[in-house]
Design a protein around this ligand. Structure first.
Ligand code: NI
Length: 182
């Protein structure tokens, strides 16, 4: 197990289209996935795509923490999950604005429109199918991580650059707006 170096925005690997994983059950893929789980937990983050750790392959890891979910029964906490060679499709046309961050843009967050409900599928390191129909935070993190596999970073999805900033400043402004002492 190892904590991997995370590429930051500006590194060209983040703009590449990643290649399919030829054998999801290969030992080197299992090792990469274990290291990505460890790197995601260490950061800490909710998701990490292989290109972010300098491996231009179509796989990502994520987790849905307690307290991140909505009331919808399809949006429940999920432990560490890997999706290899994912496919993704929106369900319906409900697009909602939500805050998101990215380990390749440390300290920043922004409001990005994402499909509220999606269907996705892929396989894990045993070659077993993973995915399903999900919504809310789970759907958002999968869309964000899938974008990394096509060389897309969240600022490329933004429509209102006023809703983009450093976590510290945004949190201070939110506290002031809520009438709290910052
Ligand atoms: Ni990201």
């Amino acid at each position: 197990m190892a904590i991997l170096k995370i590429a930051r925005m500006g590194h060209p690997i983040l703009l590449q289209r990643a290649a399919p994983v030829a054998d999801p059950t290969a030992p080197e893929i299992r090792r990469l996935v274990q290291d990505m789980f460890e790197t995601m937990e260490d950061a800490p983050g909710a998701g990490l795509a292989a290109p972010q750790v300098h491996a231009p392959l179509r796989l990502f890891v994520f987790r849905v923490g307690e307290g991140r979910t909505s009331d919808d029964p399809d949006d429940r906490p999920v432990g560490n999950t890997v999706v290899i060679n994912p496919e993704i499709e929106p369900v319906g046309d409900d697009v909602r604005l939500r805050w998101e961050g990215c380990l390749s843009l440390p300290g920043l967050r922004a409001v990005v429109g994402r499909h509220w409900r999606i269907r996705y599928r892929g396989v894990d390191t045993d070659g077993a199918p993973v995915g399903g129909e999900v919504c809310g935070f789970h759907a958002g993190v999968v869309q964000h991580e899938y974008d990394h596999l096509d060389g897309i970073l969240y600022p490329m999805r933004m429509t209102d650059f006023r809703l983009f900033g450093f976590n510290e400043e945004l949190s201070r402004a939110e506290a002031l707006a809520a009438g709290e002492r910052p």
